[in-house]
Design a protein. Structure first.
Length: 413
């Protein structure tokens, strides 16, 4: 006897209806983005986000009271609806991963659908609210009547609900700004990606900017195009004192290496001066040609670079040193009159009055002589609630894992 397929939209609804609803919301969202062409980069900020959050909770409660005895409520609080919503949200996250989430000036399909700013787009908003509704009904269904065995499940799902709710409402209040610091000057203004300036409730003075660099590298380039010549690996070799190495077809020996130097006459001399650059005296030989000897230098912002011509096609040069570590020694002033000396490093932020301050970049043209340090200042007022939600998810997951093991052990005894 053949099994008949249940028609769509016939109760009880299952996975087919779940995915149709989720993708339908996604399609409506993209159609709104395409037709309205709203400024997706503009987020809802305090206090409007707080008001909208309150309105959403009120409507959610009213909606629950209206459908709590219907089959629609059973569907929304069931597994198929959850799987559909989570799958579509995962799809959006994947799109975010492969599409740069930055403002773009060019008008194309990516910008028209806001694929470059998905977190503030209609599709992302619709799917998140849909998932919040589903999670809320799942939590309610497992909480009434309350049973202790469901405590871990409710805690983890409530934590997920709080995380999504807080992250969504708080995205507009997130401030991620840049600040240009100049040595021995105090700055209190920062700017966003659009060039808008903001006065901050703190000021930062750059006392010193420090860069530790790797030694420069040897490389061969094509004379005509200036492109790196790399028929074999490695294509570049780090310079060291008394180094002898094979670079492609050439045997290269470092006769003398000066980390800081200046040219005078026919050679380079050690020089500790502003703009002094690395230089090296090299000897180069091949099996088919006589050895060449000469000086090479990567130069600096005020000193020219110098290469050694190997033949009509190729030249040996020294690359610009790459930064090993850079940091800023700063003094931070607060409205309360506090003064704190801090060291800012990459991926090691300093926290002051709810602001996190990161070392970001510097004037790369000036290199180690840069007197400019670019830092990022970030404030996220809703971050604590996101952390609370994540903590609740962890506690709930640990409890369910522990209870599952306990049930298994008891059943085996």
């Amino acid at each position: 006897m053949s099994k008949t397929t249940k028609p769509l939209w016939q109760n009880p609804w299952g996975y087919a209806e779940s995915f149709l609803i989720a993708f339908g919301l996604l399609l409506i969202g993209f159609l709104l983005e395409f037709t309205i062409q709203s400024n997706s980069g503009t987020s809802i900020r305090y206090p409007m986000n707080l008001i909208l959050g309150g309105v959403f909770l009120t409507l959610l409660l009213v909606f629950y009271r209206l459908i709590k005895k219907s089959k629609f409520y059973l569907f929304l609080s069931g597994i198929p609806a959850s799987i559909g919503a989570i799958s579509v949200l995962t799809l959006l996250v994947i799109i975010m991963g492969v599409t740069p989430q930055v403002p773009m000036q060019d008008k194309n399909l990516i910008t028209k659908l806001s694929l470059n700013q998905l977190t503030t787009s209609w599709p992302f908003l619709f799917i998140n609210f849909y998932l919040l509704v589903i999670l809320a009904f799942v939590i309610i269904r497992k909480s009434f009547p309350f049973k202790w065995k469901n405590w871990g499940f409710v805690c983890s799902h409530l934590g997920l609900w709080i995380t999504i709710f807080a992250a969504g409402l708080g995205s507009g209040d997130l401030m991620r700004l840049k600040m240009d610091l100049h040595e021995n000057k105090t700055e209190w203004k920062a700017y966003d990606d659009k060039g808008n300036y903001y006065e901050l409730p703190l000021a930062i003075k750059l006392n010193d900017f420090i860069i530790d660099e790797f030694n420069p590298k040897l490389a061969v380039v094509e004379n005509e195009t200036g492109k790196l010549y790399e028929p074999s690996k490695p294509s570049m070799i780090m310079i060291e004192k008394d180094l002898t190495a094979q670079l492609h077809n050439w045997s290269v020996t470092i006769d003398e290496f000066l980390p800081l130097s200046g040219r005078a006459g026919d050679k380079y001399h050690p020089l500790h001066d502003f703009g002094a650059a690395p230089a090296a005296k090299v000897s180069v030989s091949t099996n088919s040609a006589e050895a060449l000897t000469g000086w090479i230098s990567c130069g600096s912002f005020n000193r020219p670079h110098e290469s050694l011509k190997l033949n009509d096609n190729y030249s040996l040069l020294m690359t610009v040193p790459e930064p090993k570590k850079f940091s800023s020694e700063v003094t931070i002033y607060t409205p309360e009159g506090k003064k704190e000396d801090k060291v800012l490093e990459v991926n090691k932020p300093q926290s002051v009055n709810g602001w996190k301050i990161y070392q970001l970049s510097y004037d790369e043209k000036m290199g180690k002589y840069s007197s400019l340090s670019v830092v990022e200042v970030v404030k996220d007022s809703w971050q604590i609630y996101v952390y609370i939600g994540i903590f609740m998810m962890m506690i709930g997951a640990i409890y369910m894992f522990w209870r599952g093991n306990k049930v298994t052990i008891n059943s085996e005894q």
